[in-house]
Design a protein around this ligand. Structure first.
Ligand code: PEP
Length: 246
């Protein structure tokens, strides 16, 4: 199973810089055994998707609509629209969506259902807040998120889980190797016990991943890749993280 390095651009770039960023990364030295996924803002997806990329280059959305079918949902973008644009993946339940758009596990679960039905692979984000970790609640919090955000029957290569401790996102703070190993072990056990085709489910780490810490994080047991925010906007940094996943 290839490791997956997914870049979450969040609400960044303009049309030209989006095209340049993808072109420059793809021109770089990308190992054939690492899957790379770019997740630009919706409006730039069709500017960056192309037919002539290597087979391990993918595109993804950063969210999709809670409502499955086309209809009167102003401002929404459906999973099938993402698929139509050439996306293979969609990030769901990112902590910024949970925080700023009040997305609950139940809402995320519905989105997962629609995305899988539309033929996308989902990257479902889970992770505890700083307060929850200080109180020692990280394991039950994450297990509850997994239980409520991932509908029954979902699994295999269609499912990617991203463990992103909220306090490590965009802060420069990274979880220690021991914290990451423990949590990925907890998630792997949940996947083995509860989900379909568990050996094909990848578990990513996210939270201030950068070239300096990527190699250490990516060699931890049960870390099958990384979800990268800030560093995915810098060609050299993103390529260095990709190289560390080889
Ligand atoms: C993210 O947005 O998912 C993320 C992990 O951001 P950063 O790498 O900037 O912490």
């Amino acid at each position: 199973m290839n490791k997956l390095i997914a870049g979450n651009w969040k609400m960044n770039c303009d049309r030209v810089s989006a095209q340049v960023l993808v072109a420059d990364v793809v021109k770089g030295d990308i190992p054939g055994n690492v899957d790379v996924c770019f997740c630009p803002p919706f409006v730039y997806i069709s500017d960056v998707v192309g037919d002539d990329f290597p087979k391990n280059i993918f595109f993804g959305g950063q969210d999709c609509s809670y409502y499955g079918e086309n209809g009167a949902y102003t401002g929404d973008v459906s999973a099938s629209m993402l698929k139509d644009l050439g996306c293979e993946y969609v990030i769901l339940g990112h902590s910024e969506r949970r925080q700023y758009h009040v997305e609950s596990n139940n809402i995320i679960s519905k989105k997962v259902e629609h995305a899988i039905k539309a033929g996308l692979k989902v990257i479902v984000c889970v992770g505890e807040t700083e307060k929850e970790r200080q109180e020692g609640l990280q394991n039950p919090v994450v297990i509850m998120q997994l239980k409520e955000s991932i509908p029954e029957g979902v699994g295999g290569e269609n499912l990617v889980i991203a463990y992103e401790p909220v306090w490590a996102i965009g802060t420069g703070k990274t979880a220690t190797a021991q914290d990451v190993q423990e949590m990925h072990g907890v998630i792997r056990r949940y996947v083995q016990e509860k989900l379909d085709k568990p050996d094909l489910v990848r578990i990513l780490y996210g939270g201030s991943v950068k070239p300096e810490n990527a190699a250490e994080l990516l060699q931890i047991e049960n870390v099958d890749g990384a979800l990268v925010g800030g560093a995915s906007l810098k060609v050299d940094q993103f390529l260095a993280i990709i190289a560390a996943a080889k």
